[in-house]
Design a protein around this ligand. Structure first.
Ligand SMILES: CCCCCCCC(=O)SCCNC(=O)CCNC(=O)[C@H](O)C(C)(C)COP(=O)(O)OP(=O)(O)OC[C@H]1O[C@@H](n2cnc3c(N)ncnc32)[C@H](O)[C@@H]1OP(=O)(O)O
Length: 218
C-alpha cells in the first residue's frame, strides 16, 4: 500500500459536510458513552443480556451498508480536510478521545477527558494512550507549521502517572533538518507534568518524489 493511498478529493459542499457532521457526531458521541457504560456497568445480568441484544441490533443496522475502505483523508475544493476515522481526532471514531486541537503562535494545544476506557495501571491512563495523544499532537504541530511528515521516531518520557480525567496536551515544532521535522510536546493533568515527548516526522520519499515531479518543468 502506498503512503498516498487513502487521500481522496471530494466534491461535497460545506453544507453537505456540516449535515454529515450533524448526523455522525451524535452517533459517535452515543457510542463513546456506550463504551464508557460497558466498562463501568454494574447492572443486573438480565440488563446486560438485554443491552447486548440492543447493541447487536444497532451494529447490524449500521453494518447494512459499509464504505468500501476506511475513511482515510478527504479533501474538499475549499481545502477542508476530513480525517473522520482518525484514532485520536476522528469525528466518526468513538474510541478517539476527540482532541480538538487549537493552534496559536506555533503552539498546538488540546484537552481531553480520558475515562475508564483508557485505563492502564489502576486509575491511570495507559502509557500507549499517552503516546497516542502525543503522536497526534506533535504530528499536528508539524503539519500546521507546513513541515508535515510520518512519525519516524517518537520518544516519550513518562514523568509521573497520568491520572484518568482531564488532560492537556501541547506541542510545537522545535526545528527542521532537511526532510525531518523535530517536534516536542507535553501532557499535563491537575497533578502537573506527566509526560514529555520528542518526535521526528519524516516527509516520506514518495511524497518528496511526487513534489519534485510536480515542480519539474514540462
Ligand atoms: C495532522 C496529521 C497528524 C498525524 C499524526 C499521526 C502520525 C502517525 O501516526 S504516522 C504513522 C506511524 N508512522 C509510520 O507508519 C511511518 C512508517 N515509516 C515510514 O513510512 C518510513 O520509514 C519513513 C517515512 C519514516 C522514512 O522513510 P523514507 O522517506 O524512505 O526515509 P529515508 O529517505 O530513508 O530517510 C530520510 C531521512 O529521514 C531519516 N529517517 C528515516 N527513518 C527515520 C526514522 N524512523 N526515525 C528518524 N529518522 C528517520 C533518515 O535518516 C534520513 O535523514 P537524513 O535526511 O538526515 O539523511
Amino acid at each position: 500500500m502506498s503512503m498516498l493511498d487513502g487521500h481522496e478529493a471530494e466534491r461535497k459542499t460545506r453544507e453537505q459536510i456540516e449535515a454529515e457532521a450533524e448526523l455522525f457526531g451524535p452517533l459517535t458521541s452515543s457510542v463513546r458513552s456506550l463504551i464508557d457504560a460497558t466498562v463501568m456497568t454494574d447492572a443486573a445480568p438480565e440488563h446486560i443480556v438485554r443491552a447486548r441484544a440492543l447493541v447487536e441490533e444497532a451494529a447490524a443496522l449500521l453494518d447494512s451498508r459499509r464504505m468500501s475502505a476506511p475513511f482515510g483523508t478527504k479533501w474538499s475544493a475549499d481545502g477542508t480536510r476530513r480525517s473522520w476515522g482518525n484514532a485520536v481526532i476522528g469525528l466518526r471514531n468513538p474510541i478517539a478521545p476527540l482532541l480538538e486541537v487549537a493552534y496559536e503562535d506555533g503552539l498546538a494545544s488540546a484537552e481531553a477527558d480520558l475515562g475508564a476506557a483508557y485505563e492502564g495501571p489502576p486509575g491511570l491512563v495507559h502509557g500507549g494512550v499517552v503516546a497516542l495523544l502525543l503522536d497526534q499532537i506533535l504530528g499536528g504541530a508539524a503539519d500546521h507549521a507546513g513541515v508535515p511528515g510520518m512519525t519516524g521516531t517518537l520518544t516519550v518520557r513518562y514523568r509521573k502517572g497520568t491520572r484518568l480525567g482531564p488532560v492537556r496536551v501541547t506541542a510545537r515544532v522545535d526545528r527542521v533538518e532537511g526532510v525531518k521535522t523535530f517536534a516536542v510536546g507535553r501532557v499535563h493533568t491537575a497533578d502537573g507534568l506527566c509526560a514529555e515527548a520528542e518526535g521526528i516526522f519524516v516527509l516520506p520519499r514518495e511524497v518528496r518524489d511526487m513534489v519534485a515531479e510536480m515542480g519539474r518543468p514540462q
